[in-house]
Design a protein around this ligand. Sequence first.
Ligand code: BGC
Length: 596
Amino acid sequence: MRPISPRARALTAAAAVSVLAGAGAVAMQTEASAAAGCRVNYSVNQWSTGFTGNVTVTNLGDPISGGWNVTWTFSGNQTITQGWSATVTQSGQNVTATSPSWAGSLGTNATATFGFNANYSGTNATPSTFKLNGVACTGSVGGSPSPSNPGTSPSNPGTSPSNPGTSPSTSPSNPGNQGPKVDNPYAGAKGYVNPEWKAKADAEPGGSRVSNNPTAVWLDRIAAIEGTDNSSSNGSMGLRDHLDAAVAQGAGYIQLVIYNLPGRDCSALASNGELGPNDLPRYKSEYIDPIAAIEGDAKYKNLRIINIVEIDSLPNIVTNTSGQAGGTAMCDTMKANGGYVQGVGYALNKLGAIGNVYNYVDAAHHGWIGWDSNFGPTADIMLQAAQASGSVNNVTGFITNTANYSALQEPYIQPTVTVGGQNIRQSKWLDWNQYSDELTFAQAFRQKLVSVGFNSNIGMLIDTSRNGWGGSARPTKASTSTTVDTYVNESRIDRRIHAGNWCNQSGAGLGERPKAAPASGIDAYVWVKPPGESDGSSSLIPNDEGKGFDRMCDPTYTGNARNGNSMSGALPNAPISGAWFSAQFQQLMANAYPAL
Ligand code: BGC
């Protein structure tokens, strides 16, 4: 994981693609001389230039097998960019949504739900007629309109993004766990110390100096929920075990990483996961639903449960689709099939409905999203995912730098500095980025998120587990060079070869210890990536976790477009991602900043 795509700056992803979600064409067939009738509920969540549509169709007639389609005609310039749970195509103003190959039957009174994202300008009127397999949906069999037809009026016309509007119906598994949520779940609360991580840290010489810090528990596969799986990168405690242990510790909060999207880690290989690109249904039913059921248990209602939601996923489909530097076909697929936006939306919806649960969505880091061409589009896709969840209220905030190494602050290379008459943004290191460190970036991105429609009280987290960059190589003053590149290279706190390097970085140290409310707009500095756990193997190591070998983890690799064709800077002899990497842990302690 942690690919970065430095810029793709010329390539702001504009929309206007008709969308093909899921499988190919399905033959339509209704029963011979069947009675036909249907009802459609169409609702939208819209903002000034786009909207998410949700369509529920109920078959009131005889059972349909072998596939269905729902058709309608937009009256304006609505342009669908993405669909899910159906193959949604558009030709001019005419839209056809075709059933997925695995869900082509619709019994009497059965419903199917699908959705889409679209752009528009002007007005966004509700289509006047919907048809199921060519028969108009009037709310009754045989065509006479039913007054109870909720059909064709948007449930929240003209809403702002903060309108919870069409929230998919979800109730917390336990209604006892109702809000109100606190503004900052870290404030005044003691963090849960994961005993499995602590044991590994304590087993290292000197490890007890840091082993009492709270680190996140990564639910990085379905089996991690039950916890019976003792593979090299996972412990044997399941979600309930951790929650019970947190209660027993008297912890005020626990941090969990929700990390199992279909087609996970689409731009890299080291953290590919178990679910294939079309496994959104499994993600929902086998992963998120069980997690929601456990998090909603009234036993845990006094614990603040913090979910870090899907590292790198949404930024990947902004910057790493084909046509962009280093873009991949898998990111194209995950953009087109809506698996990331819908998966994140589903997770936010289900988990956000529980009163003591707090969702922070991953927003990559400054060395990925800091260019103007990536900054706004990433905020927009965050909003799309929140919209897909039904409400921005499902989002407490965002996290940056998860499992990355970007320095918290760069006192000597703020992008306003000029050297020898030249702005340092044009250095090779900054490469025109607007930001040089995580704190400035996170605070600015928070403002941007509020401006696109998130609540004004959202807070940011910064993963400071490995961005310390202490030790003897740390500069203590600005360089006196008048050459831009020399000045930047001698002055920067981040000692990586290139800011696009992300795997087991040589020279890195532990960063700020976890701390609540450390700076304006920041809910906490956190240790989400548990220090000592590898980012990926330095050479191919066969495993049964779906993890690939990414050459960014190979110290002999000379790089690619995404790291300026630089050396990877990775430590040698690393195990697969998530597995304990003693040499790295020792280095992180030695280079800790603040020092241990
Ligand atoms: C891995 C996960 C692991 C996590 C925390 C990720 O890179 O893919 O399996 O749980 O890091 O170490």
